[in-house]
Design a protein around this ligand. Structure first.
Ligand code: ATR
Length: 273
């Protein structure tokens, strides 16, 4: 029996077990995907077990995406640059750390808006945390023309802009409308708008009608931001697809099958959000 699982603390809220178990069943694999709730002092041991106990790999979630790195043998350039590992692959007793959020983010928009390309596009990103790093990486990889970072704490955005290079500009939260006027896409990477978190109170009316609004928050599925965007005629991309698509490369690497994200799976996961 092949094993994989999710390592974090807590992990009981995670949708990854449901998602991977769905595919395991669908493709008739002899495998299981476990909840691996791990206290910080046991993280090293837990990662060590991956080498010795029949694991093909694991997902890593909060609060260990960065802390896990020192326990691994190799880390992909992408995960290094993003500063987070969300997936481990065990291969011949060695542990490889990768980050599949980039692929999740990009595949979600490709599937939702066929033909969309970031090439030379102008993007506005709200937030400057871990999720923003994965999004910036994705956009640069796809040849985005100009990226504007807007964050409550401007210094954090400035640090990211310095680290990621030339095409990145910073604007204050108060002057968001100025950047929206010429934006091809607006992406929310903050937790604002999520159930139980603060409201994302912005006015997106300056956004051109042809622009896209992408919210990585998936709880609720239709955030206030997406509602507002739909109402004024913008195309929208919700965050659930990112969760689903980031799991595809992990499953593929572990079990050798590239699983499909279907409407049925989306419905199943959406019902548990
Ligand atoms: P993640 O790793 O999921 O991106 P994070 O690193 O905690 O999470 O980042 C959360 C982002 O949401 C940050 O950009 C944060 O802004 P600050 O850098 O100013 O902290 C943003 N955020 C969280 N709560 C916010 C709020 N009430 N108002 C504005 N921005 C908020």
């Amino acid at each position: 029996m092949k094993k994989a699982g999710i390592i974090g603390h807590p992990v009981s809220h995670s949708l990854s077990p449901l998602l991977h178990e769905y595919w395991i069943k669908k493709y008739g694999l002899k495998a299981e995907y476990l909840y691996l709730d791990t206290e910080e002092e046991n993280l090293g041991n837990r990662i060590g077990e991956l080498r010795t106990s029949g694991f093909v790999g694991a997902n890593i979630t909060v609060p260990y995406k960065e802390k896990v790195m020192k326990h691994l043998d190799e880390i992909s350039d992408e995960a290094k640059k993003i500063g987070a590992v969300n997936t481990i692959l065990v291969k011949e007793g060695r542990l490889f750390g990768i980050n599949t959020d980039t692929e999740g983010f990009l595949e979600n928009i490709r599937e939702t808006i066929p033909g969309f390309s970031f090439e030379r596009r102008r993007a506005v990103i709200l937030g400057a945390g871990g999720a923003a790093r994965a999004v910036i990486y994705s956009l640069l990889k796809e040849g985005a023309g100009e990226i504007w970072l807007v964050n409550r704490t401007k210094e954090k955005a400035e640090m990211l802009a310095q680290e990621f290079g030339n095409n990145i500009h910073v604007e204050t939260w108060g002057r968001l409308n100025k950047t929206l006027g010429g934006a091809d896409i607006l992406i929310n990477t903050t937790s604002l708008g999520m159930k139980g978190k603060g409201k994302l109170e912005i006015d997106i009316s300056p956004l051109p009608k042809k622009s896209i609004v992408y919210d990585i928050v998936y709880n609720p599925l239709e955030t206030e931001l997406l509602k507002q965007a739909k109402f004024q005629g913008n195309k929208v991309v919700d965050g659930l697809g990112m969760l689903l698509y980031q799991a595809v490369p992990a499953f593929h690497l572990w079990f050798g099958i590239k699983p499909k994200v279907t409407g049925e799976l989306r419905k199943l996961i959406a019902s548990r959000v």
